[in-house]
Design a protein around this ligand. Structure first.
Ligand code: HEC
Length: 163
């Protein structure tokens, strides 16, 4: 049997095994150290954590309106090369969750942080841990540049029907 066949067979196995639907909560609230304290300890009360933007350098992503078609095309090309093996554009899971609706479940900052800071996000974001449990496979770091990540986000918005 050829290596390629072996790989697609094992991917098939994973697809059957896993059931990682697009169920990740939009703004999962998970108590952090700052919120889990000894009674009477008021330190850190003012600490506000915003897990919904994920972990990474993107804290404020400016969205285009209408879509930037050049970025959509760039994102589509990236998708074909680096993402399509594991992500469908429908809701259907392949190795990872289908992308339909991902821009509604996740904030733009979260998506860009996840694409560019995949390992830390998988390790630290509770909603990804839940996905990982369902998908079994850990998404590998795809070495995507910031610009390419932005284009991928535009392509995802296009896929979600944004004009
Ligand atoms: C080897 C398979 C694989 C490849 C290639 C891959 N991913 Fe993933 N992706 C996953 C898995 C599996 C998950 C679910 C989290 C986990 O288990 O690590 C995921 C999760 C995601 C999520 C979160 C989805 C959600 O519903 O919350 C986004 C966004 C994402 N990937 C984007 C990308 C982008 C962009 C690329 C290409 C640059 C890519 N992925 C390439 C496997 C992959």
């Amino acid at each position: 049997m050829k290596v390629k066949q072996l790989i697609s067979l094992s991917l098939l196995g994973l697809v059957i095994l896993g059931s990682c639907g697009p169920e990740a909560p939009k703004d999962a609230y998970v108590p952090t150290k700052a919120t889990l304290k000894e009674p009477g300890d008021n330190s850190g009360v003012a600490v506000k954590t915003d897990d919904s933007k994920g972990k990474g350098k993107f804290t404020n992503v400016a969205l285009t309106n209408p879509l930037d078609q050049k970025m959509v095309a760039g994102g589509k090309a990236q998708y074909a090369v680096k993402c399509g093996a594991c992500h469908k554009l429908t809701e259907e899971k392949l190795v990872g969750p289908g992308w339909k609706g991902v821009t509604e479940r996740r904030k733009p900052e979260w998506i860009m942080n996840f694409i560019t800071n995949t390992d830390e996000m998988i390790d630290k974001d509770p909603s990804v841990q839940a996905l990982l449990e369902k998908c079994i496979v850990r998404m590998p770091n795809q070495h995507v540049s910031d610009d390419d990540a932005r284009s991928l986000l535009e392509f995802m918005r296009n896929n979600d029907g944004v004009k």
